[in-house]
Design a protein around this ligand. Structure first.
Ligand SMILES: Cc1ncc(COP(=O)(O)O)c(C=O)c1O
Length: 388
């Protein structure tokens, strides 16, 4: 029996493959420091866990409405309106199991063969995967280290064509930690305002920023009706396993996304949505504490990486990744990532896991303790004689 042809066009997230390889080494007795994983290492805050438990006891264990419970959507709409300075209502909100389904569903609802989709490279690998799966044409926009991993605006303008159907923005970004400056977002908005295009604004890291608040393109004139905001609870509230995320979009598109939900997972877990309300309405110091700890780790990581021969590392402005340039080692990203895992017991990701433009870079996640980060940096320094 053969798989459908379209399956050959689906990509994957190689973070999961590296994790499997690291775990296999651990089973052989090796000590591995995990800097490949893209999920906060903190527990879900206690008041959110309590709300989830209470919801189970109260019987929130049945099917819920396809778009999400009205109260969940109200609370999300109010949060998104407040944090972005925009006007949206519960009907604009689609609650789904994680942020990722919004990528898949919004693209499925919008793009088809012949359409072009512009997306960041290096970027979250699922963008390109789904674009190809749908038979649309991927148009990568290179992120530039020299611009803090934003893209060049003239290059962006030159990639826009009458076939451009969708533009994917991700700020703060995975894997670079880059944040697109407000002036750039405003310029992008000007370029897109009179075009018949949609924007998928992946804002899943919007609360994990170290200098000021990031700008959502929805805040600029005429953009709200062209944009799908993707956000969720996974990163902000350390809730990756709860599977709770959402999209905020125009009504005509929300209807289509809800139809895709009916045809796939019916609805999002009910008790999880109760925990989500507690997350948005409860105290936010848990987020501040997590971000402060990520900042300490980022600072240690950047200083440590810059002290390794052949590494050059910019200070990321958001998310919890560092993305050092390793061209000075003379090794390819893949070779170096393998060497660090095999010889130093440090798991990280090759920049090429995020697109062709990731060549020459590695991604280190700060989702590990400061002590383990220091130990990983020391181990890398120790084996750097191999390329120095
Ligand atoms: C840029 C980006 N968008 C979306 C997601 C998906 O988040 P979730 O786990 O909520 O589906 C991730 C997760 O790593 C991500 O890095």
């Amino acid at each position: 029996m053969k798989l459908a042809e379209r399956m050959s066009r689906l990509g994957t997230e190689s973070a999961f493959e590296v994790l499997a390889k690291a775990r296999a080494l651990e089973r052989q007795g090796r000590h591995i420091i995990h800097l490949e994983i893209g999920e906060p290492d903190f527990p879900t805050p206690a008041h959110i866990v309590e709300a989830g438990k209470r919801a189970l006891d109260e019987g929130w264990t049945k099917y819920g409405p396809t778009p999400g419970f009205p109260e969940t959507r109200e609370v999300i709409a109010a949060y998104v309106a407040r944090t972005r300075g925009i006007q949206v209502g519960a009907d604009n909100v689609c609650v789904v199991p994680g942020g990722k389904p919004i990528m898949y569903m919004a693209m499925t609802a919008l793009v088809e063969p012949g359409d072009e989709v512009i997306y960041p490279d290096p970027g979250f690998p699922i963008y390109e995967s789904v674009i190809r799966f749908l038979g649309a044409t991927p148009v990568p926009i290179p992120l530039l280290e020299s611009r803090g991993f934003s893209f060049d605006l003239d290059t962006f303008a030159s990639l826009l064509s009458p076939r451009t159907k969708l533009v994917v923005l991700n700020s703060p970004a995975n894997p670079t930690g880059g944040v697109i400056p407000k002036a750039d977002i405003e310029h992008i908005a000007r370029l897109l305002r009179d075009r018949d295009v949609m924007i998928l604004s992946d804002e899943i890291y919007s609360r994990i920023v170290y200098e000021g608040a990031p700008t959502s393109i929805t805040a600029f004139d005429g953009m709200l009706e062209k944009t799908i905001i993707l956000d969720g609870f996974s990163k902000t509230y350390s809730m990756t396993g709860w599977r709770l995320g959402y999209g905020v979009m125009p009504l005509w598109l929300a209807k289509a996304v809800n139809l895709l939900t009916v045809n796939s997972n019916s609805c999002t877990a009910s008790f999880t949505q109760r925990a989500g309300i507690a997350a948005l309405e409860g105290p936010q110091d848990c987020v501040d504490t997590m971000v402060a700890e990520f900042k300490r780790r980022r600072d240690a990581m950047v200083a440590g990486l810059n002290a390794i021969p052949g590494f050059r590392c910019r200070m990321p402005a958001g998310a919890f990744y560092t993305f050092p340039n390793i061209t000075g080692t003379g090794k390819s990203s893949k070779e170096l990532a393998d060497l660090l895992l095999d010889e130093a017991g440090v798991a990280c990701l090759s920049g090429t896991a995020f697109g062709g433009q990731g060549d020459g870079y590695l991604r280190f996640s700060s989702a590990n303790s400061l002590a383990n980060i220091d130990e990983a940096l020391a181990r890398i320094r120790q084996i750097s004689a191999r390329w120095a």
